[in-house]
Design a protein around this ligand. Structure first.
Ligand SMILES: [Zn+2]
Length: 420
């Protein structure tokens, strides 16, 4: 068996796994273009279960609000003041892959070979999935091949629940007041939208929504979305000579003209991109949905300017065509807000090191609930969960790494208790 990072992690693992397997079976997939919060009723099934379980372990004020947010308090065991610390994970799973009928499989003591899942010929090959290589001896959890697993972010939910249950059962351990929140609709960009920061009442918080062992992230992309609407001139194709202006063809030219080296598939690390996520096109009207990302706000503005210029130049070649470009800001790079409070990241580093792990400081090529929460006045970096290959049927999680994350949360409480 792979060594656990600590006796604490090993002790937490059985309960953690049990919780995780229970939570992933609930279909909590969120839905884009929501008309209510949460976007789907399945999320409430898990949220209600979490409220019951929080009350069972002694967090009596646990409740679900009208917008689908679970909040609860674990009171401090200290005499006197310490800052209130928040712990946050999201209950929904990605709309990119099915979350219906998830049947988790536990592969005890992984032997390093290709893992074959029972459905749809799905395989996890360590030669392809780099993070799987080196996990020999770990107990791995996968889905069955036709759904995602939902470790994003039920690993985070199970880790917080397990750590909080442990702390509640051990009042002799020093801890500040902890506030717990489970959010809906993170995957569709709305985890923070209706989050009541004031009611939550924490000085800072941590999302458990990362991946690799040891990850600690205080930087996300700055994100914008551009909606480009090209209007052509519709006519019967038989009588189109000299009259028709085909918006679909113009859209095709725009796509071809966008730089191929500024795409998600061609960039990595700290590089930004312009990513066409959706096209809907007819002769009369073409709508191109583009997301633009960068860690640097000036570079982001440059990408947007390049996108505008490209679209306008191409549409200008056909004077009868019209174009509108509508750019909206989505979320900011949270670093700007977190770096004012260095103790928040330092405490997490100390907790991760306390678990015998070297913190891995990588920027997130995406956003988390913390991007907007940090901007809303709640500095919220992100901590690893031990889940991998998110948003795919190959999603997997390591029990040993999930246990390390739960143990890190227990240590984080102690670090803050000592820091007061
Ligand atoms: Zn997530």
């Amino acid at each position: 068996m792979a060594p656990f990072t600590s006796p604490l992690a090993e002790a937490l693992a059985p309960e953690l796994l049990e919780r995780f397997l229970r939570y992933v079976r609930v279909d909590t997939q969120s839905e884009r273009d929501r008309t209510q919060s949460p976007s789907t009723p399945g999320q409430l099934d898990l949220s209600r279960m979490l409220v019951d379980e929080l009350r069972e372990v002694g967090l009596e004020d646990a409740e679900l609000d009208d917008n689908g947010y679970v909040m609860a308090t674990l009171p401090s065991t200290l005499n006197g003041d310490a800052p209130t610390i928040g712990l946050i994970a999201h209950v929904d799973t990605s709309p990119d892959e099915s979350g219906t009928g998830v049947e988790p499989i536990v592969h005890r003591g992984y032997d390093g070979a290709v893992l074959e899942l029972p459905r749809n010929g799905a395989v996890l090959d360590p030669a392809v999935l780099k993070e799987l290589a080196g996990k020999e001896g770990h107990d791995l959890v996968t889905a069955s091949g036709d759904t995602l697993l939902g470790a994003d972010d039920k690993a985070g939910v199970a880790e917080i629940m397990t750590a909080v249950a442990h702390l509640a059962a051990h009042p002799e351990l020093p801890r500040p007041t902890l506030r717990i929140a489970f959010t809906p609709d993170e995957e569709i960009g709305h985890g923070a939208t209706l989050f009541d920061v004031e009611r939550f009442g924490a000085a800072c918080a941590y999302t458990l929504d990362g991946s690799k062992l040891g990850e600690l992230q205080d930087e996300t992309f700055t994100a914008s979305e551009a909606l480009i609407t090209i209007r052509g001139v519709e006519t019967h194709p038989g009588f189109a000579t000299g009259k028709m202006v085909n918006a679909s063809r113009l859209a095709g030219e725009v796509l071809a003209a966008l730089p191929a080296d500024l795409t998600p598939e061609a960039t990595s690390g700290r590089e930004g991109f312009i990513h066409v996520v959706e096209i809907n096109a007819t002769v009369g009207k073409a709508v191109i949905r583009v997301i633009v990302r960068d860690f640097d706000d000036d570079l982001l503005e440059r990408h947007i300017a390049l996108l505008r210029r490209t679209v306008e130049e191409i549409v200008a070649t056909e004077p009868r065509a019209r174009v509108e470009i509508d750019v909206t800001h989505q979320y900011p790079n949270m670093r700007t807000y977190i770096e004012e409070f260095p103790a928040v990241v330092e405490a997490a580093e100390e907790a991760i090191r306390g678990e015998g792990i070297e913190p891995v400081r990588t920027p997130i090529r995406g956003g988390t609930d913390g991007s907007r929460l940090s901007q809303m006045g709640l500095p919220t970096p992100n901590i690893f969960t031990g889940g991998h290959e998110y948003h795919s049927v190959r999603e997997w999680a390591s029990v040993q790494e999930m246990a390390a994350a739960a143990a890190t949360v227990v240590r984080l409480a102690e670090v803050w208790a000592r820091r007061r």
